[in-house]
Design a protein around this ligand. Structure first.
Ligand SMILES: [Zn+2]
Length: 169
């Protein structure tokens, strides 16, 4: 079956502010869930996103996909189901944030440099990994979506939010 381009929920939609439901392990290999994972990945790639979470396509489920390439080996895109994210150390780095649900807006947030993630993959296998830099940043952004949090909630100041094309003063 051909993957489908899904509609993205834009800021203002309630689903983006809800805590997403865990995926029942026995449902991961179901046709419906496998299709959602494929469509989610396809939509992320078509929209040039670094990541996409299920609530962003109107599914309140704890799944996200990540397309960040700087994490060394491994296959990308990577699927995270029912993830748990733990910071390693307390060092946070200021970095760039943007989101397909807030088109045209960019900004700076502080996120942990390094995180440990425990999760299930698309076959329902239990995995864990340590991620740093861009991959860690994208994972924290996507995990926030599962908790109903958006990047604009994480800025130190409203001065850190700006529109596409605006030069930073
Ligand atoms: Zn986002």
């Amino acid at each position: 079956m051909k993957p489908e381009l899904l509609e993205i929920a834009l800021m203002g939609r309630k689903i983006l502010r809800q805590v997403a439901e865990p995926v029942p392990v026995e449902e991961i290999e179901s046709e419906e869930m496998q299709k959602l994972i494929k469509d989610l990945t396809f939509t992320m790639e078509k929209k040039d996103g670094l990541g996409l979470a299920a609530p962003q396509v109107f599914k309140s489920l704890r799944i996200f996909v990540v397309n960040a390439m700087d994490a060394g080996d491994g296959n990308y895109p990577q699927i995270f189901i029912n993830p748990r994210v733990k910071p390693i150390g307390n060092k946070k780095k200021r970095g760039y944030d943007g989101c397909l649900s807030l088109p045209g807006l960019y900004g700076y947030t502080r996120r942990y440099n390094k995180v440990k993630v425990s999760y299930l993959n698309e076959q329902g296998e239990k995995l864990s990994g340590i991620f740093s830099n861009l991959m860690a940043r994208v994972i924290q952004h996507e995990f926030d979506h599962l908790e109903g949090v958006l990047w604009i909630d994480r800025v130190d100041s409203n001065d850190d939010i700006y529109c596409k094309g605006v030069k930073r003063e």
